[in-house]
Write a protein that binds this ligand. Structure first.
Ligand code: ATP
Ligand code: MG
Length: 435
């Protein structure tokens, strides 16, 4: 029988990598909760029609990339390709709008798109997303961008740039769309096949075609900025001013679009110059039309999503592996000692220490070697002799210093030992690349 393997475009995240994922998730969670953003968890599959209506049938995601299937009840379901549609469905379904004020939500989890897998592009990938629902205020756009920037900075990421644009409102875009189609139609034969397809269905998307010949044609196309209404222009200027106040650099990118009708005004991407082809780590913008499009009340909103695989690639390049967090590696040998070690490990954990219990019963020498590799700050050694006395031998792994003490002393003065462990960890973590 052929050996079983993870499917193309999916990956296992092994313990050697999961530490980076946890660092990422913890950093984001802390920053978002400081800003009073609360987590929402929605199902991984939804009715297909939610995404058709919520993302738009003319998009690549809906047209080519969805994992859709019929379940045993013959319903058409889809593994979510992104997080906004489900979040907005939940917002409407549970009447979050009627709670008044701004709903500040984040989500994190796997998304599914049938794409050609390559570095930074998978079929199951992970997004962290933010949605601020119920405000048209330019400060919300700026705050959303500021939070994305803060997360990326807290992770120590460099060489990022923020591209910013305004796609105006629906009527600005209708006028522009016509101008664009008029300009492009004579060149139709020279466009790449995807763009030719989009000429009728979704012409704005042609602006971000990656095809060189199409790009050359598009370079001379009319600019969306010339079609913004006075109000749209003002909003855009406000957002720029607020970003400047926040000390956030940006680059105006008139060709940056999120070519759907309910996307409005602010559109942005954060791009890394350390990632090669799949360089966008965060994309977002305002979507004032989406909630009503999905059957809810008129609700202006702004949000973004970050691709976590791409952030993990960046963190790996920086070798930003978090320092080990294990306090004690507990070694024991002998029938009495081994039984007692299990209890001691559990008690130490209840006192707040991180403890790995060696379960091998192998010779002390072999257990010590594993203690050295474990990343623990100290090794606790329990033989039958210590066990009978209620004692334990403690060896600081950095210095080799040893002491024998009553087990109760560890358990009754956890704070004292914690500060000693912390001091020892501070010395050992100097070798780890700072974040
Ligand atoms: P791209 O141009 O890279 O296909 P997109 O416009 O499809 O991106 P969004 O739908 O805006 O991307 O999703 C936001 C972020 O999620 C992207 O900037 C990227 O970091 C990440 N992302 C999107 N698709 C994938 C994928 N297939 N694998 C890994 N990350 C992805
Ligand atoms: Mg894509």
């Amino acid at each position: 029988m052929a050996s079983l393997q993870a499917l193309r475009g999916t990956r296992d995240i092994l313990p050697s990598e999961s530490q980076i994922w946890q660092l990422l998730e913890q950093t984001a969670r802390q920053i978002l909760s400081q800003a009073a953003v609360q987590e929402i968890r929605t199902p991984i599959f939804e009715q297909t029609s939610l995404f058709e209506r919520g993302i738009g049938e003319a998009t690549d995601v809906v047209g080519k990339e969805m994992y859709s299937f019929r379940d045993r009840g013959d319903r058409s379901l889809t593994l979510r390709p992104e997080g906004t549609a489900g979040t907005v469905r939940a917002y409407i379904e549970h009447g979050l709008a009627s709670q008044g004020g701004v709903q500040r939500l984040w989500y994190c989890g796997p998304m599914f798109r049938y794409e050609r897998p390559q570095a930074g592009r998978q079929r199951q990938f992970h997004q962290l997303g933010l949605e601020l629902l119920g405000t048209a205020d330019a400060r919300a756009d700026a705050e959303a961008i500021a939070l994305a920037t803060q997360i990326l900075q807290a992770l120590g990421l460099k060489n990022l740039r923020l591209d910013l644009n305004s796609v105006g409102d629906a009527s600005d875009r209708a006028a522009y769309r016509q101008a664009l189609v008029d300009y492009l139609t004579p060149y139709a034969a020279d466009l790449d096949p995807d763009s030719r397809d989009r000429l009728e269905r979704n012409p704005l998307r042609i602006l971000d075609s990656k095809d060189e010949r199409t790009q050359a044609i598009v370079a001379e196309a009319p600019s969306l900025h010339d079609y913004l209404s006075e109000r749209s222009r003002q909003l855009f200027e406000q957002v720029q001013q607020l970003l400047t106040n926040l000390g956030i650099d940006y680059r105006l990118e008139p060709k940056l679009v999120r070519g759907l009708d309910y996307y409005t005004h602010t559109a942005f991407e954060i791009i890394s110059s350390d990632l090669g082809a799949q360089a966008t780590v965060c994309g977002g913008g305002r979507y004032d039309g989406l909630v009503s499009q999905l059957g809810g009340p008129e609700t202006p909103a702004v949000g973004w999503a970050m691709g976590l695989e791409r952030l993990v690639l960046l963190l790996q390049q920086r070798q930003a592996v978090p320092a080990a967090t294990l306090d004690f590696y507990l070694v024991s040998r002998g029938a009495i000692a081994e039984a007692q070690a299990l209890v001691l490990a559990q008690k130490l954990r209840l006192s707040g220490f991180a403890v790995e219990l060696d379960l091998s019963s192998s010779a002390f020498g072999k257990q010590f070697k594993r203690a050295d590799r474990s990343g623990a700050i100290a090794c606790l050694v329990l033989g039958d002799a210590e066990a009978e006395q209620g004692q334990v031998n403690l060896k600081w792994l950095q210095t080799g210093e040893q002491q024998t003490l009553d087990q109760n002393e560890l358990l009754h003065n956890p704070d004292r030992w914690r500060s000693q462990l912390q001091a020892a960890r501070a010395v050992s973590s100097v070798e780890v690349a700072p974040l």
